[in-house]
Design a protein around this ligand. Structure first.
Ligand SMILES: Nc1ncnc2c1ncn2[C@@H]1O[C@H](COP(=O)(O)OP(=O)(O)OP(=O)(O)O)[C@@H](O)[C@H]1O
Ligand SMILES: O=P(O)(O)OC[C@H]1O[C@H](OP(=O)(O)OP(=O)(O)O)[C@H](O)[C@@H]1O
Ligand SMILES: [Mg+2]
Length: 285
């Protein structure tokens, strides 16, 4: 049975559960449940603190886990990212009162407050900067006003938390993060679980594709076909079928959902008609 770690709280928890549900896995009904077995899919889910997931996975007790890239790197655990999941996107950045620093080089001798000590210490070491790091559990934005640090390093998504605290980011982003599937470093190919892991990844990839693509169908004249399929090349190649009316064909191809309306306009302009898009609920590429 495949053993999978899932975030039990915070920004990762809800979207991770939704994605697993969309991929056809049973999920817990109550937020207090710590583990459930999905017998149909031969999987056991363990609901763990996001920050601990890389540690459990690296210990070899669990086959794979879902966590944030930033949490994986911060943990220093012996685990690696195998699939990015596209949610809980954030950047990790330094911030201070406006005008107090412009880059990592200005941090020499300063104190940096953060919940991600591993990332910050590593980044400072990479740049040869000698600064102190204070670990805080959260609400790091308040640390400057309360005199615990001159600088913070924290997760930034919309920037609202920083603005509310009167702080500004400075320097280059330290890293970009999103939810990722992880597993123990070097575990690929050596385990009996390998085919089950690959099947799990294919299911999640199917959800990602279903979320980002739509199916497009339309009719066009044979003379316009080359121009039309250039607009809708599909993933492999579009399906083209004859229509009862001679000189017309029906075309079917997957297109990126974000571009669907523009593609429909362009198809219409070259003479395509009966242009439809439909949602994809699941797929295996
Ligand atoms: N506002 C946010 N937008 C997007 N991702 C976020 C946000 N806040 C945290 N994350 C991501 O969530 C993960 C951290 O999860 P964690 O549960 O430790 O913190 P949290 O979501 O801030 O929850 P809490 O602080 O309420 O416990 C990291 O990968 C981080 O990048
Ligand atoms: O850029 P924003 O959209 O404001 O999002 C970023 C904020 O969200 C998270 O905080 P959270 O609410 O989880 O509180 P915490 O600091 O206690 O973790 C993170 O730690 C930042 O503070
Ligand atoms: Mg938080």
């Amino acid at each position: 049975m495949l053993r999978i770690a899932v975030p039990n709280k915070g920004s990762l928890s809800g979207p991770a559960g939704e994605m697993l549900h969309e991929a056809g896995y049973q999920q817990r009904r109550e937020s207090k449940e710590l583990r459930i077995v999905d017998p149909v899919n031969d999987v056991e889910f363990f609901y763990l603190r996001p920050r601990d997931i890389a540690i459990y996975v690296s210990s070899g007790q669990l086959d794979i886990g879902i966590t944030g890239r930033d949490l994986l790197i911060d943990s220093g655990a012996d685990a690696e990212e195998i699939l990015p999941l596209g949610f809980a996107r954030s950047t990790f950045r330094f911030a201070s009162k406006p005008g107090e620093a412009n880059g990592v080089e200005d941090l020499k001798g300063k104190t940096v407050a953060t919940s991600y000590e591993g990332i910050v210490a590593g980044h400072l070491a990479d740049h040869g900067i000698d600064a102190s790091v204070v670990h805080l559990d959260g609400a790091v934005e308040t640390a400057i006003e309360l005199g615990v640090a001159e600088v913070i390093a924290d997760v930034v998504e919309t920037g609202t938390s920083l603005r509310n605290a009167g702080l500004e980011v400075f320097g280059e982003p330290i890293m970009k993060s999103e939810a990722v599937v992880i597993r123990r470093t070097g575990a690929d190919g050596e385990e009996a679980a390998e085919s089950k892991v690959q099947q799990f990844l294919r299911r999640l990839q199917g959800v990602l594709v279903a979320r980002t693509y739509v199916m497009m169908d339309y009719d066009c004249r044979v003379e316009q076909l080359e121009k039309a399929v250039a607009l809708t090349p599909g993933l492999e190649s579009p399906t083209v079928s004859p229509l009862h009316n001679e000189g017309w064909v029906a075309v079917r191809a997957m297109v990126p959902a974000k571009e669907a309306q523009r593609i429909m306009d362009d198809l219409y302009d070259i003479g395509a008609r009966a242009i439809l898009t439909t949602a994809i609920h699941a797929c295996r590429l």
